[in-house]
Design a protein around this ligand. Sequence first.
Ligand SMILES: Nc1ncnc2c1ncn2[C@@H]1O[C@H](COP(=O)(O)OP(=O)(O)OP(=O)(O)O)[C@@H](O)[C@H]1O
Ligand SMILES: [Mg+2]
Length: 368
Amino acid sequence: MNKLDPQLATKPTDQLVVEDLHLQYGDNPILKGVSMTLNPGEVVALLGASGSGKTTLLRSVAGLEQPSRGKISIGQAVLYDSEAGVDMAVEKRNLGLVFQSYALWPHRSVFDNVAYSLRLRGIAVSEIGQRVDQALTNLGLGALAKRLPHQLSGGQQQRVAIARALVYNPPVVLMDEPLSNLDAKLREEARAWLRELIVRLGLSALVVTHDQTEAMAMSDKILLLNFGKIEQQGTPEDMYNQPQTQFTAEFMGSNNHLPGKVTQVVDGRALLEGEGWQLWGAVRGALKIGDAATGIIRLERTRIADGDGDNRLRTEVVTGMFLGDRKEQLFKLGALRLRCYGHLPAGSRASFIELPPDDLWIFANEAG
Ligand SMILES: Nc1ncnc2c1ncn2[C@@H]1O[C@H](COP(=O)(O)OP(=O)(O)OP(=O)(O)O)[C@@H](O)[C@H]1O
Ligand SMILES: [Mg+2]
């Protein structure tokens, strides 16, 4: 049996709650009041640009960093509480950790790498054998138990790191860019099996990534960090289709950008004007006449049109790129560059492009 204090041991029905977490390195604030929840059985992707604080947040939950304020709990167990002076030791937090670098022990076999955390917990040898075999089988590593890490491919090493984190059935698994060392093709396959594995084992997982497609593919909920603050959180569909801020809109897809000025606002629509063009779009956030603003539209919502019409622009064809499953076209109009998917008649020099007003989101530029 487990050596852990049973009162501290968490159950898979427990929810991870982070409340108003602050952390700074010296005078430099890194986490600026992060609050989030991870429900049992849920996969939450922690998304954000490099340096936004993803690893810092994950390590704070794991107990590897020292926050300055806030609270972290899993069910009844308080892991950290600045007011109550609680800061539970890493090993007592009972979390599964997968680091970006894998951090496998080079001189231990695959089996021993995975068995280590069970031995630490004083589990009987026979049970260790059984559980390690099960974890290796789950991850398709059954035949590799005796190998050393350097005898494995990158993808196999990464699976060993995941097996090691999952072997003692932690209620919450924390993964920092678990797929980042894989090449693009392998990575796309890995995100599907990793999600399937987490769901099949009934785990809750907080998974860090800086890749929006990976975040959407893997998670039930996305948390977008922007310089130590949560910009927006929601389902992948919400984040993609209903961004509340320009930052979220830009982060969650491939977009065209149209910088301009607002000249009319009517019933949730605004007219955005730039040099040689004007377009109606959907007002996002607060917007008034005279504001400098940016129109954002997803590439897949921008269409090649067969003639003039509402919310269409006449553009010059710059170039076309063959992408295998589709073609991407680049157009220009003055200083504007616009991209969209689709085909043009051979030799086209000019084309109309349609930007449907509901899909063209207009955000006021932030002052300053
Ligand atoms: N030990 C440290 N001392 C001082 N500053 C640090 C330390 N660790 C991280 N930082 C700073 O904290 C900020 C957040 O770092 P963090 O590693 O959490 O970012 P990240 O979102 O994980 O980025 P990436 O996608 O590049 O991994 C960065 O500005 C980083 O320079
Ligand atoms: Mg990081």
